[in-house]
Ligand binder design. Structure first.
Ligand code: CA
Length: 505
């Protein structure tokens, strides 16, 4: 029997619909795991100094089964600004989240969760959030901390404004809550889950079961623990924050650890250290040992929970169709340059860990040294799923790089730091060089550092004053100007000039 054209069109539509349904079923889930302040130095797959002590078998397994990125730069090394950038694909001068204080509102702008939700994903955020404002549009569920959150019995705000009090150690109970959400979700849709650990942020409180871990271990010291900063521009560390040990400094970690005046002794789970009568070098060494041990115990807590949620995916048959991403909101000093914390734009603070496991498209054990940054995250994650990428986002998808299916053209990354603790500063990272410009209290550039990233990976030697590098310096200045132009970083929006402030709510 001859079929009518309308019958034929109907059959074609039915076929197309079934293909689309099939495509939807094949769309990968995305498990986005993000730690807070987790340095690459403290992940086995990346570690050098800590290689033989850090215990991250689960993260190392993700790296050996997936791709590991070695040159991911944070454009503003501080919690809230980095997170605002990750969910919007915008630089800090576009999110308006310059420091820890400002609001981010996403009702009227594209965001990563909004893009995935519109693409048919069931979306959730669980754990530390720390971005103020109306920015949870696009999440079907959330249970988050608006600020730092606690290591024990964390209180989360849920979708209905209700408080949830989880009982237990944060990395454990945030993972429990995430697994519960996965168990109860709509399994007809692919999921996008952001599980954000509170660890490894200060005050480095670890689970009780890790109390004796490293008890008899001497943690190796980074080669720059006693860096005197002599050959860098003095404007870069014009203030005293973030020192492992500095005599008479209120912001010295040695003082925090040895006195209940700053964090109380209850904040330091392994107790206070007694450093009276020690030399300055001995004080720094003792402080580093305690800091590194507490920090690495927090790392261990994350690693175990990465293993738990992975095991849940495996047992429920979802592992192979889930892209697992592990990263941190920025890097961290774990004693390098005599520092803790982040902020100052040297490598340990700017470099973010990034591991992506997806055997269907990413080669096991692949290592990617190309330069990328956290502005690129949102577009890349949208791209993984085939979701449209909003034109207003300012990064680039590196999915083609990750899957070895496409070119990658980023050759430089901007840095912008507007907060306190160190001088405000901005600059540019290329594959070969880094230029940082420090801004004084009068909002004038007071000095700059130029580093050769290849020949001076520890960034110990400022080349800006070396006449032999005048051409390189001029090229970096020109590249910085071009990058600022391309991302809309005007003079008025530079660190020191931009109006930073408090959240309105
Ligand atoms: Ca952080």
């Amino acid at each position: 029997m001859k079929q009518s054209p309308s019958h034929f069109v109907g059959a074609l539509i039915a076929l197309l619909a079934s293909v689309l349904t099939m495509k939807a079923a094949e769309r990968p889930n995305i498990l986005y795991l993000m730690a807070d302040d987790h340095s690459t130095a403290a992940i086995g797959a990346y570690a050098t100094t800590l290689k033989n002590v850090v215990q991250t078998p689960e993260l190392d397994r993700l790296a050996s089964e997936g791709g590991r990125f070695t040159n991911v730069q944070c454009i503003n090394s501080l919690c809230a600004p980095s997170r605002a950038t990750i969910i919007t694909g915008l630089y800090s001068h576009q999110t308006g989240v310059y420091t820890l204080r400002e609001n981010l509102n996403t009702a009227d702008i594209p965001s990563l969760p909004k893009g995935l939700q519109a693409h048919g994903y069931q979306t959730a955020a669980i754990g530390k959030w720390h971005v103020h404002g109306d920015n949870l549009h696009g999440f079907d569920y959330y249970a988050i901390t608006r600020s730092q959150g606690a290591y024990f019995n964390p209180a989360l705000g849920d979708f209905n404004g209700e408080k949830i009090r989880l009982k237990g150690y944060s990395s454990d109970v945030l993972t429990d809550h995430s697994i519960e959400w996965l168990q109860n979700r709509d399994s007809e849709k692919p999921f996008f889950l952001m599980l954000h650990f509170k660890a490894t942020h200060s005050p480095w409180q670890y689970a009780q079961r890790h109390e004796s871990l490293f008890a008899d271990t001497k943690i190796p010291e980074p080669p720059t623990l006693f860096d005197d900063h002599r050959n860098r521009d003095p404007n870069g560390l014009a203030t005293a924050q973030s020192r492992i040990h500095k005599t008479n400094s209120k912001m010295s970690l040695s003082l925090w650890f040895s006195s209940s005046k700053k964090g109380s002794s209850a904040d330091w789970p392994s107790g206070e250290i007694s450093i009276d009568g020690l030399s300055d070098i001995e004080k720094a060494k003792a402080t580093y040992q305690k800091y590194a041990k507490d920090y690495l115990r927090c790392v261990k807590g994350i690693d175990e929970n990465v293993g738990r949620i992975r095991a849940y995916l495996e047992e429920s048959g979802q592992l192979e169709n889930t892209i697992i991403i592990y990263t941190s909101d920025q890097g961290m000093y774990v004693g390098e340059h005599g520092l803790f914390d982040k902020r100052l734009g040297l490598d340990p603070a700017m470099r973010m860990p990034l591991i992506i496991r997806y055997p269907k498209q990413i080669a096991a054990g692949s290592v990617h040294d190309a330069l990328i940054n956290n502005v690129d995250y949102a577009e890349t994650i949208l791209d993984m799923t085939g979701a449209p990428i909003p034109a207003s986002m300012q990064g680039f998808s590196f999915w083609g790089l990750a899957t070895e299916q496409g070119d990658w053209n980023r050759r430089q990354s901007l840095y912008q730091f507007y907060s306190n603790g160190v001088s405000k500063h901005y600059g540019l990272v290329t594959e070969t060089y880094k230029l940082l410009k420090y801004v004084d209290k009068n909002n004038q550039v007071s000095g700059f550092d130029l580093f050769d990233r290849k020949n001076d990976p520890h960034e110990l030697q400022n080349l800006a004053t070396n006449p032999e590098y005048a051409t390189i310096l001029a090229k970096m200045e020109a590249a910085l100007a071009a990058e600022r132009q391309s991302v809309g970083l005007t003079d008025a929006l530079l660190p020191g000039s931009a109006e930073t402030g408090k959240p309105t709510k």
